[in-house]
Design a protein around this ligand. Structure first.
Ligand code: TXA
Ligand code: MG
Length: 347
């Protein structure tokens, strides 16, 4: 597996591209980032253009270590310092008051800035060699699945990225936990590998925001983290039944489950992602890409368990299903409507 450091010559080429104002895709332990020099406003603009991301949606500044924070933030509240100490480098992003010098394009016009120190050795190599901050959203087009392999980036953005650093498969596979340290009590804006319990072990009081749609986090808009194929989350006990409803009408259907199918069947592509939360999260986007590329007309996802270890995966699946299923119609009726559409030639 390719998770070790890269030869310095590759890092140097990436650094040169960043200095030239070009984009560099690089691995982090969560997902691949689409990086640009955070101090070059044109380069920052290029990130928004290539991603097709609205200007109001802010970017994360990646830095090499906590000492580099000073350049980007106005102040570090005690809780933020404790969280940084405990979880950096790692899959945690902190929202802090922005320093005056931070380009407003990065922050989407806000007085706050998102900062993270990634742990991946190649991200560390790149940040150390570059010396400055690197803005990096996930290296996918706006609203699509985040990349967890270099080839995902190549497929989706290949021509528009100057250098793609290949650091192998991302170990975590879902985006960082975002914690806002603005206000009296730190608040989770996006669940990730660092859980609420782990955060509370460090700073005591932390607010979760399960299911809530926090403002200015585009990850909470319907379009996010979604495959192109409509996706529906189904209770485990109903999985085979829902599948049969579709396949008996010859509709090819994809399934992402935590177990093997109870019966074999035609017209289905079944992925058993297993019952381990960390493995499930690590492979989630890659599995959804696989199903998206197969010619299924719908993806059924077995509902994941309740525990907080599943929060990140559950959150991304909920958003993906909202994007894929614009109508809250009962699946039976939806199937009838789809049949009707097929017969009358309507979409
Ligand atoms: O794991 C990750 O966080 C990956 C890797 C590449 O670091 N990055 C990532 O970036 O997921 P992106 O741009 O796809 O998501 C960043 C999230 C967005 O939802 C954005 O709105 C939020 O961070 N964000 C950035 N600045 C913010 C701010 N000042 N206040 C609130 N949310 C902010
Ligand atoms: Mg993203």
């Amino acid at each position: 597996m390719l998770t070790a450091r890269l030869p310095q010559s590759e890092i140097d080429r990436a650094v040169e591209a960043l200095r030239d104002g070009d984009l560099v895709a690089f691995p982090t332990e969560t997902v691949y980032g689409l990086g640009a020099d955070a101090q070059n406003p044109q380069a920052v603009r290029k990130v928004f253009e290539v991603k097709g991301r609205p200007a109001s949606h802010p970017l994360i500044v990646h830095i090499h270590d906590t000492r580099a924070l000073e350049r980007w933030v106005l102040s570090v509240p005690p809780a933020a310092a404790q969280l940084a100490q405990a979880f950096w480098p790692g899959p945690l992003t902190l929202i802090l008051p922005r320093a005056p010098a931070v380009d407003m394009a990065i922050t989407g016009g806000q007085e706050t800035v998102a900062v993270r120190v990634p742990r991946h050795p190649v991200a560390q190599q790149l940040l150390r060699a570059f010396g400055g901050g690197i803005v990096a959203p996930s290296a996918n087009r706006y609203g699509q699945l985040s990349p967890t392999r270099a080839e995902h980036v190549r497929d989706e953005l290949g021509d528009e990225v100057k250098v793609i650093l290949d650091g192998g498969d991302c170990k975590i596979g879902v985006e960082s936990t975002i914690v806002s340290c603005i206000g009296d009590v730190p608040r989770v804006l996006r669940p990730g590998a660092v859980t609420l319990t782990q955060l509370r072990q460090v700073v005591g009081n932390v607010e979760g925001s399960p299911g809530e749609a926090p403002p200015r986090v585009p990850g909470s808009s319907d379009k996010h983290y979604a495959p192109r194929t409509p996706l529906r989350v189904v209770e485990s006990g109903r999985l085979e039944q829902e599948l049969r409803k579709r396949t008996e009408k010859y509709r090819k259907t994809g399934v992402l489950a935590m177990r093997p199918p109870r019966s074999a069947g035609k017209f289905m592509t079944w992925i058993n992602a297993g019952v381990r939360a960390d493995v499930y999260a690590r492979d989630l986007y890659s599995h959804l890409r696989t199903l998206d590329r197969s010619d299924v007309t719908e993806i059924l996802v077995e509902e994941v368990p309740a525990g907080e270890n599943w929060d990140a995966a559950r959150d991304r699946l909920r958003r993906a299903s909202e994007a894929g299923n614009t109508s809250p119609v009962d699946p039976d009726i939806a199937a009838l409507l789809a049949d009707f559409g097929e017969e009358t030639g309507q979409p």
